[in-house]
Design a protein around this ligand. Structure first.
Ligand code: DAT
Ligand code: MG
Length: 150
């Protein structure tokens, strides 16, 4: 099964959206394989967003992500990387479609509630930044038998 890294950002925590967001991933049929609630250290924020290091918004992005605790998750499922990105919606919540997490809960690009890996390669990289192999829990969700055709 494929895996992706998803993180509820500090605004999502402060606005009480953790349960709502987890519910959407669960209802889709995806499987939670790891989670942690924590204040992210500078090193891991920089590593996660290193592609944006030179961008003008990087300092404010880092300040936002380090402004409070985040809820980190690994989700599993067939094509989970692209499915999670669709559940999350466009980067700018002002343009994200209703029905997506950013489309339903955000307005500003700098307060877009949630992160999700953008490719299978990014997912592997980002999971390894935040989780050890021994933190990924392996189990079968009983309804996988009816969620997947084969
Ligand atoms: P995404 O989070 O959808 O993968 P990204 O990787 O391009 O988007 O950017 C990472 C985060 O940086 C994004 O969630 C919000 C912030 N960001 C991106 N572009 C921005 C911009 N033009 N102004 C302010 N913040 C921005
Ligand atoms: Mg990205």
């Amino acid at each position: 099964m494929d895996r992706t890294f998803v993180m509820i950002k500090p605004d999502g925590i402060q606005r009480g959206l953790v349960g709502e967001i987890i519910s959407r991933f669960e209802a889709k049929g995806l499987k939670l394989s790891a989670s942690r609630f924590e204040n992210l250290p500078d090193t891991r924020v920089t590593e996660q967003y290193k592609e944006h290091l030179a961008k003008p918004f990087f300092p404010s992005l880092k300040q936002y992500i380090m402004g409070g605790p985040c809820f980190l998750m690994v989700w599993e499922g067939r094509n989970v990387v692209s499915i999670a990105r669709k559940l999350i919606g466009a980067t700018n919540p002002a343009e994200a479609l209703p029905g997506t997490i950013r489309g339903d809960f955000g307005i500003d690009i700098g307060r877009n509630v949630i992160h999700g890996s953008d490719s299978p390669e990014s997912a592997i990289r980002e999971i390894a930044i935040h989780f050890g192999q021994n933190e990924l829990v392996s189990y079968t969700r009983i309804d996988e038998a009816v969620i997947y055709e084969y």
